[in-house]
Design a binder for this molecule. Structure first.
Ligand code: ADP
Ligand code: ZN
Length: 574
């Protein structure tokens, strides 16, 4: 009903302006609040800072005005409940929370308000909501038609694939059965396809409307470079792109380990940069002091483990650099997302190499998690590796991972670097492959400097054959270094001790450098033609994807190394 819809939206805008003092809804907020105010179910995916709270606060108020009673907000974060209730109360909205921080008397007073119908919003921790006492109270309200809405914040907590799994969230599946007819809205800022499917299934939101905001950060330029001498590359990057006569920009450099953080911070200081270390092993007072300086002073570089960043709101971070590869794309997106919150141009720079992949794989293999879980973690790591190895638009791939089809640079992006070409998506093309869409962002390394590709199928066959022959001859696999030695015809002690100089694949790859072979190997791991096993130790094995290549059915394309083009130019393609 169009007329009723317009009326609902009008009521929502009135609440937005009179209660919250904001002029207009942002992005999809208008659609969401209308839909939910009219009693629809919704799943909302919005990046941090997108404005999720209003998506349920406005409908809660509108529905209360319509005589539907109280809205129940499920939230796992006590601090957040406290802040929101404080802000709502200040704005004249009757709101309260029930969680473990309250005394018995305080809780009883709020329950009384609830029964009397004095509350518009009630925030509840999930474990509290599921107590018999709370359920009985809500059932009685429901029977009187005074339960207006359930909002489930941080909905990814329901998924064990998410980084924040909370078993209590699973129990929220009872809501639609026990409280039939009460609309539900679930909200999250982190959800890849797997997590999202889990939310829908676990919370029974099959019939809910899904609202996905763009996760694009157009001002962030993504650059993923091959790791050679990481610290030298980092210094060059900061000098070239983030330094001027006055000094350098503020940035964050992420490293995997505490020791590495210390080393890199010291190295940067020695090189004349203003840099500080930050990791969980530092004294709390030192950590606090470093964090304060980073927020207060200009042009400080924080070298940190991922312990740094949560809840740190510094708008003018001009670059986030990764010296080691994160675990997955969600982590990468979150960490790089700390750059450029002010909307000004910022860089997300990462140096990655084969060793990163091997290390991450080993951490997964060595973890005590069940096999099914490890498989998921490996899949997520592979997706990041594929992003790193991609030769097409990074942004298209990054957003595709979150289920978003990138449509080209935003209209308001004119001040940025040269715009990429935009073509409408072709029907039936693969949404996971940016190349198929033909859309480019114009603000990532691959868009700005399209890599030249050449057909590396023949070398790939050589590498795969070599892995196969060695395995066949020895009964077990070998590591990358040894395989490269055989391919390149280097009769090392280890090669001779194992008689590998007699293999038919010995020396068939002498025309390539080890760097080139390693680049190819990473690509083969990314497309699952090669698997790295930790038994006995980081050994290479053929995986499912190898078959097609060996049979001549699959093609492998590789980027031409900037400083050393492959010698087989006859197979090069422009
Ligand atoms: P999220 O929960 O998605 O991280 P919040 O709900 O905390 O985001 O909102 C982020 C900020 O944006 C808050 O300061 C909020 O007041 C503000 N905000 C949200 N929606 C609007 C709007 N329509 N107009 C102006 N400010 C808004
Ligand atoms: Zn791009």
């Amino acid at each position: 009903d169009v007329a009723a819809g317009a009326e609902t939206l009008e009521a929502c805008v009135e609440v937005l302006q009179s209660v919250f003092g904001y002029e207009a809804f942002r992005g999809p907020q208008a659609q969401i609040v209308s839909h939910v105010s009219e009693g629809g179910d919704a799943l909302v995916l919005m990046p941090t800072g997108g404005g999720k709270s209003l998506c349920y606060q406005v409908p809660a108020i509108v529905r209360a005005q319509g005589g539907h009673g109280v809205a129940v907000v499920v939230s796992p974060l006590i601090a957040l409940m406290h802040d929101q209730v404080g802000a709502l109360t200040e704005a004249g909205v009757s709101a309260a929370y029930l969680n473990s921080s309250l005394s018995l008397e305080e809780a009883q007073r709020i329950e009384q308000q609830l029964r009397r119908g004095d509350l518009t919003l009630l925030y509840v921790a999930p474990e509290r909501l599921l107590t018999a006492r709370c359920q009985a109270m809500l059932e009685s309200l429901h029977a009187q038609g005074r339960l207006s809405l359930f909002a489930i914040d941080e909905a990814h907590c329901v998924s064990q694939w998410g980084h924040d799994f909370r078993p209590e969230y699973r129990e929220l599946a009872v809501l639609p059965e026990r409280f039939a007819g009460v609309p539900r809205i679930a909200l999250t800022a982190t959800a890849d396809a797997l997590t999202r499917a889990d939310i829908v299934e676990r919370l029974q939101l099959q019939d809910a409307r899904t609202f996905i905001s763009s996760f694009d950060r157009p001002n962030i330029r993504y650059q993923l470079v091959e790791k050679k001498d990481a610290t030298a590359q980092l210094q060059r990057f900061i000098r070239d792109e983030h330094s001027n006569a006055q000094g350098h920009d503020a940035g964050v450099v992420y490293c995997q380990s505490r020791r590495r953080v210390e080393e890199v911070a010291a190295m940067l200081q020695q090189a004349g940069f203003k840099a500080l270390p930050y990791h969980a092993g530092l004294d709390a007072a030192v950590r606090q002091q470093h964090q304060d300086r980073f927020l207060r002073e200009e042009g400080l570089i924080m070298v940190a483990t991922i312990a740094f960043g949560m809840g740190i709101d510094k708008p003018d971070v001009r670059f986030v650099a990764h010296l080691d590869m994160p675990k997955n794309i969600e982590g990468y997106y979150q960490e790089t997302g700390r750059a450029g919150r002010d909307g000004e141009p910022a860089n997300a720079w990462m140096a990655y190499g084969l060793q990163d992949v091997v290390n991450q794989r080993r951490m997964i293999d060595d973890s005590p998690a069940p096999d099914e879980f490890k498989q998921v973690l490996r899949g997520k790591l592979d997706a990041l590796l594929a992003l790193a190895e991609a030769s097409d638009c990074r942004r298209v791939r990054l957003l595709a991972y979150f289920g978003e089809t990138y449509q080209g640079p935003h209209a308001g992006f004119a001040a940025g670097p040269p715009q990429g070409e935009t073509h409408p998506p072709r029907a039936g093309s693969d949404p996971r492959s940016g190349a198929a869409w033909g859309v480019m962002c114009g603000n990532c390394d691959n868009c700005l400097n399209p890599p030249e590709l050449f057909d590396a199928t023949e070398p790939a066959r050589k590498l795969l054959s070599c892995i196969y022959r060695v395995q066949q001859a020895s009964g077990h696999g070998y590591g990358a270094g040894h395989i490269m030695d055989i391919l390149r015809g280097k009769a090392t002690e280890k090669v001779e001790a194992n008689g590998h100089q007699r293999l038919s694949t010995f020396g068939i790859g002498a025309d390539w450098s080890e760097t080139q072979w390693r680049a190819l190997l990473r690509q083969l791991i990314a497309i699952e033609a090669v698997r790295v096993d930790d038994a006995p130790y980081n050994t290479l094995h053929l995986a499912d994807g190898a078959r097609a290549i060996l049979k001549g059915e699959g093609e492998v394309r590789l980027r031409i190394q900037a400083e050393r083009a492959p010698s087989r130019s006859r197979s090069a393609r422009a």
